[in-house]
Design a protein around this ligand. Structure first.
Ligand code: LUZ
Ligand code: MOS
Length: 765
């Protein structure tokens, strides 16, 4: 089945937030943001802006009727600054004006008196000063402290990975309408409609039942709208609630880049111990997570870093500790992988450090330590139906690893200026929200009297194809054509108390609920058919809209059956609730069975590095991926390709730069580069690993949202491999992204490359 949306997308017919027809009387909102990263907010001067053309009202924290608080995990984040400012870009005041332009113009007339306070941007500095968001967490397995003396080889080092801008095509925004009896209806570009509803109700001091949040689709989320859509939804709602007029708030690209949080940068210290046979005996890491100025989702992201700290390897003795460090940057947040990639980058760095020093190929160490069936993760869940080795071996055979290595070596012997590099990147990613209670979903299914079907769930379509998968599940379960199914907007009054569309679990959770609702409806209709047409229930089914009794067409079809059920007053509506079975986790002991299952795979990355310029192109990305029994290979393939390329961007070209004042310098697409058609690998091969799938996955089709991002980590190590072919004695620091500038600096002795870069940039200037 094809993705339902692309035809409408290319025809411009799909409705995003900004396509919603504007209601008469709508006011446009613009946000006055803190110009300083840290300080005491003494006063906000609004009188001049209040006189500006078209300005209707300017709201500050004092206008908030409920509690000025939107923190999800820790209540540490005001909606509008009050008393202090904690990051540049923090919302301070909300201008409401007749036009967007007038609202923006009025911002320039607002001044804030702020007494500056010291600014921290470095997580290690924050940790040293005790600026922690939550107490540190440690996951432990075995007895690492005792085992170091038995290790033949011990290596230590540091690894750094940068942040990442989500760069959803549709920026953050919301459109809020006052409803009767003092409520608000919000159209929001959010992955978490319930989060917007809950926090808005809290801010306005009214019940959640007074807030309706509706989402048709997003132009991308990538985690950036899991929690951080709430700010804009709540601000638009505050405006609509206070002035009783519709309020529309949409961030322009640069405001979005300045004001919203991103993937967490991490700085980490690792220590790895191996025996003579290259078996990893012990692994110890301290992670310093740059959380930004408020908790947001940082504690949960931190936890997933610990879950995935050993990637796809079994290590018998593990001690991994993570600090969530408060800095004066916008609060960092969920981003595809949710801390997992940051942890896995350190693991791979440790392996490469060991391999480089011992003079072996990293793949020797990787293969020898891959997870096998029933090996324990540090959190004590066993690796069940483990495909780590199968994915690795399938890739090695299919793509011929020794031959690829040899091709690279031969090329490097024959070329001086160009060097090729190769890396192998196995992945393992756990599927489920690590907070067990979040793993629940509901589906509301209506069959209309003409046989058409409306399905509502908590799933948010953001381009990933979840609506197509839900329609597929409904059509398949009911035995009818997908053209009869409409997947409705995601709406908090139809489906309540939803978890965000996140954690790669959306199709599993909402798909399973849809499946349950449709199974109940199918059974009810067939029971009705038994009475109405005197048939035997055993062997009764609906296939291609025809009712079959023991394989023989009965005297009724889908439309007739539905209609006759209605006239016999049989309910054609079902509401189902799904909660992932078997999972549990104790955050005190850090032990349990948190994941429904794990997703595995292996990627080969080959790169050609221009050693004069530091620029590189990826020749090929070859992936063997564990889809289970893919329910939609076209959609799933798109997720793998898109995720891997997004990961490559994170590891190579996407570089966020804040100065010491906490100001984002890479604040537009002029200075922040993401992969485009010209920089993606010249070929991407994806092989579907043949496995029976997993019963806790929807239709045995495994989650595909986040896992492929981590294939991109291989891009860093491929470039590093090429650097070492040019300059064998040099060991670059483990610092991602490895931009062309950084690659160049690593290709030549200190001073030489700096001079080249200086000359190059002065030429450009
Ligand atoms: N969000 C969340 C997530 O709240 N919990 C998670 O475990 C998670 N994992 C990945 C992405 N978003
Ligand atoms: Mo996400 S990082 O699954 O919103």
């Amino acid at each position: 089945m094809n993705h339902l949306d692309p035809v409408r997308h290319v025809r411009g017919e799909s409705q995003y937030l900004d396509d919603v027809p504007v209601q008469q009387g709508t006011l446009y909102a613009a946000v006055f943001e803190s110009p300083l990263a840290h300080g005491v907010l003494r006063a906000i001067h609004l009188s001049e802006a209040r006189q500006a053309p078209g300005v209707f009202r300017i709201l500050t924290a004092a206008d908030i009727p409920g509690e000025n608080q939107i923190g999800g995990i820790v209540p540490d984040e005001p909606l509008l600054a009050e008393g202090h400012v904690h990051f540049r870009g923090q919302p301070v005041a909300l201008v409401l004006a007749d036009t967007e332009h007038q609202a923006q113009a009025a911002l320039r007339l607002i001044r804030a008196d702020i007494d500056p306070l010291p600014i921290i941007t470095d997580p290690r500095v924050a940790a040293a000063q005790g600026e922690l968001i939550v107490p540190p967490r440690t996951f432990r397995l075995g007895d690492p402290d005792a085992i170091w003396s038995q290790c033949a080889h011990i290596f230590e080092g540091e690894a750094e990975s940068g942040g990442q801008e989500h760069l959803y095509i549709e920026t953050q925004g919301a459109y809020a309408f006052p409803t009767e009896m003092g409520g608000v209806r919000i159209i929001s570009s959010t992955q978490g409609p319930t989060a917007v509803q809950r926090h808005t109700a809290h801010v306005l001091g009214i019940g959640m039942h007074q807030i309706e949040v509706d989402v048709t689709r997003l132009g991308g989320g990538f985690g950036g709208k899991e929690d951080q859509a709430t700010t804009w939804g709540a601000l638009a709602a505050l405006g609509a609630f206070v002035v009783r007029r519709p309020v529309k708030l949409v961030l322009d690209r640069m405001a979005d880049m300045r004001m919203t949080g991103k993937r967490h940068p991490y700085s980490s210290d690792f220590r790895i111990g191996l025996d003579e046979n290259l078996r990893i005996l012990a692994y110890e890491v301290t992670f310093y997570q740059n959380a930004g100025a408020a908790a947001d989702l940082s504690p949960a992201v931190l936890e997933r870093t610990l879950f995935h700290a050993t990637n796809a390897y079994f290590i018998p003795n593990v001690k991994v500790t993570a600090y969530s460090c408060r800095t004066n940057l916008p609060p960092n947040t969920a981003f595809r992988g949710f801390g997992g990639p940051q942890g896995m980058f350190v693991m791979e760095s440790a392996i490469v450090k060991a391999a480089e020093t011992l003079g072996v190929s990293p793949s020797e160490i990787q293969r020898r330590n891959l997870l096998r069936e029933n090996d324990l993760f540090s959190y004590r869940q066993p690796a069940e139906m483990c495909n780590a080795g199968l994915a690795w071996d399938t890739a090695a055979n299919l793509y011929d690893l020794p031959k690829l290595r040899q091709e690279v070596d031969v090329f490097n012997q024959q070329n001086e200026q160009l060097k090729k590099g190769l890396s192998v990147m196995p992945i393992c990613f756990g599927i489920s929200f690590t907070k067990t209670p979040m793993n629940q979903a509901r589906a509301l299914v209506h069959i209309y009297t003409d046989g058409s079907v409306g399905v509502s769930t908590g799933a948010v379509e953001m381009g990933q194809g979840v609506n197509t998968k839900i329609a597929q599940v409904a059509a398949q379960t009911l035995g009818i054509s997908p053209s009869r199914i409409k997947v409705e907007s995601t709406n908090t009054t139809r489906v309540a108390n939803t978890s965000p569309s996140a954690a790669s679990a959306t199709a599993d959770l909402n798909g399973k609920a849809t499946q349950m609702a449709c199974e109940a409806l199918r059974e009810r209709l067939l029971r009705h058919a038994v009475l109405e047409y005197t048939l035997n229930y055993e062997g009764l089914e609906i296939r291609d809209e025809q009712v079959l009794a023991a394989g023989v067409p009965a005297d009724t079809n889908w439309e007739k059956l539905v209609s006759s059920a209605y006239w016999k007053r049989v309910s054609l509506t079902e509401n189902a609730h799904y909660a992932t079975p078997d999972i549990h986790f104790d955050p005190v002991t850090n032990q349990g069975y948190p994941f429904a299952y794990h997703v595995y795979g292996t990627a080969y990355t080959t790169v050609t590095l221009d050693c004069l310029r530091g620029t590189y192109t990826f020749d090929a990305l070859r992936i063997v991926h564990d889809f289970g029994e893919s329910m939609n290979p076209a959609i799933d393939l798109g997720q793998i390709e898109g995720g891997a390329v997004q990961g490559i961007g994170w590891m190579t070209m996407e570089e966020l730069i804040y100065n010491e004042e906490g100001r984002l310098l890479s604040n537009s697409l002029n200075s922040y580069k993401i992969p485009d058609l010209y920089s993606v690998p010249q070929r991407i091969d994806v092989h579907f690993l043949e496995t029976p799938g997993h019963p806790r996955a929807i239709l045995r089709s495994k989650a595909v949202g986040e896992p492929p991002l981590m294939y991109g980590i291989g891009a860093y190590f491929a470039v590093r491999d090429a650097i070492s072919a040019f300059r064998p004695a040099h060991r670059p620091t483990f610092s991602a992204p490895i931009t062309p500038e950084k690659a160049l600096l690593n290709l030549y002795p200190s001073g030489v490359a700096e001079e080249v870069v200086r000359l190059a940039s002065s030429t450009v200037a």
